[in-house]
Design a protein around this ligand. Structure first.
Ligand SMILES: [Zn+2]
Length: 156
C-alpha cells in the first residue's frame, strides 16, 4: 500500500554558481509528489494513511519554502538582501537537489514523530520534486523505525 500526496510550493532562489540565467533572482512553483509506504516485514504492507496529518506537513513546507526566497549563506549578494521580507538563509546553494534533500528530511522526520509508537518495522518516503515541466528530482529515504538505514537519490 502506497500513499501518494501531491503538493505545490512557490519558492524563490538563484544559483550564483551557474553562469547562466539561473544566477538571476527568480522563482518556481515546485510540484511535489510524496509517496509513503509502511511495512512490518519486507512484504507485509500496512495501511496507515490516516496516521499522516498532511496539513501539518503542508504547513511545515510552507513555513520554510512557501513564498520564501532561499539564499545560500555563501551567496555574494547576501548582505544586500538578507534583511528583506521572506528571505530565508540556508547552508546550501538552493538547487533542486538540495531543496529536495531538505524537504524529504523535514517530511520524514515529521512522519517518524507521528508513527514511532505504532507497530511499524519500516518506512519508505519518496519525494519527486519538479522545478519545471521537464525536470525532476527523485529521492528516497528508507527507515527502520527510529533508525535510518540508507538513502538514495537519482536525478531524472
Ligand atoms: Zn530556478
Amino acid at each position: 500500500m502506497k500513499i501518494t500526496k501531491y503538493l505545490e510550493v512557490s519558492t524563490g532562489h538563484r544559483l550564483p554558481i551557474q553562469n547562466d540565467i539561473c544566477s538571476n533572482l527568480h522563482g518556481h512553483t515546485y510540484k511535489l509528489m510524496i509517496n509513503i509506504e509502511f511495512y512490518r516485514q519486507e512484504d507485509e504492507y500496512i495501511d496507515m494513511g490516516s496516521f499522516i496529518d498532511w496539513q501539518i506537513i503542508e504547513k511545515l513546507l510552507n513555513k520554510d519554502f512557501g513564498h520564501r526566497y532561499l539564499i545560500s549563506k555563501h551567496d555574494p549578494i547576501i548582505k544586500q538582501i538578507k534583511d528583506l521580507p521572506g528571505i530565508r538563509i540556508v547552508d546550501y546553494f538552493p538547487t533542486s537537489e538540495n531543496i529536495s534533500k531538505e524537504m524529504i528530511d523535514l517530511i520524514s522526520q515529521e512522519i517518524l514523530l507521528e508513527v514511532r509508537k505504532k507497530d511499524i518495522g519500516h518506512m519508505s518516503v519518496r519525494l519527486k520534486l519538479s522545478e519545471t515541466s521537464n525536470t525532476s528530482i527523485d529521492m528516497q529515504r528508507d527507515f527502520k523505525i527510529n533508525k535510518r538505514i540508507h538513502n538514495t537519490y537519482v536525478r531524472q
